[in-house]
Ligand binder design. Structure first.
Ligand SMILES: [Zn+2]
Ligand SMILES: [Zn+2]
Length: 160
């Protein structure tokens, strides 16, 4: 599995908001859905799925948020720096765990993580070539198939 790193740091473009991830990602998604394409203005987003308790924000400033209607009908809270507009993370209501999806492009070293799975490839831009061995799904995926044992254990612990 790739993307097992603790204490990754990152921040917004203007430097006002800085964060540290105090645990390994549960999983790293590359999402090719239309919402993610639009929000990032790019081909896809790289999301680090991690419990909120492990996302430590600098005390100077907290991100602002606004609510988007998700494609699934479930709300989706987007957090960004109100000075420079960088999107830092999202909170998908209805996702298991009390978690954020941190945008890996805001890491100081974005090369620290590699997507574990590509999702919503039905709207993948045609010129994007996925690695041959990368798990990829037209929409979402069955959890047991993709999640590592450690991540499943963290999810179950939290649910209790
Ligand atoms: Zn900023
Ligand atoms: Zn998406």
């Amino acid at each position: 599995m790739s993307g097992k790193t603790t204490n990754l740091t990152g921040g917004c473009a203007c430097g006002r908001i800085r964060y540290k991830l105090k645990n390994d990602p549960l999983i790293v998604h590359a999402c090719h859905c239309r919402d993610c394409q639009r929000i990032t203005g790019s081909a896809f987003v790289i999301n680090i799925w991690i419990e909120k308790q492990f996302v430590e924000t600098s005390s100077k400033a907290a991100p602002t948020s606004f609510r988007l209607a998700g494609g699934t009908g479930q709300g989706h809270e987007v957090y960004f720096c109100d000075r420079c507009g960088t999107y830092l993370w999202s909170d998908y209501h209805g996702a298991p765990n009390d978690a954020y999806f941190v945008r890996a492009g805001t890491l100081d070293k974005p090369e620290s993580v590699t997507p574990d799975v590509h999702i919503f490839t039905r709207s993948k831009l045609p010129w994007v070539q996925l690695p041959k061995d990368a798990p990829a799904f037209k929409t979402f995926y069955p959890f047991p198939k993709i999640w590592s044992a450690e991540s499943k254990a963290r999810l179950i612990r939290k649910a209790r």
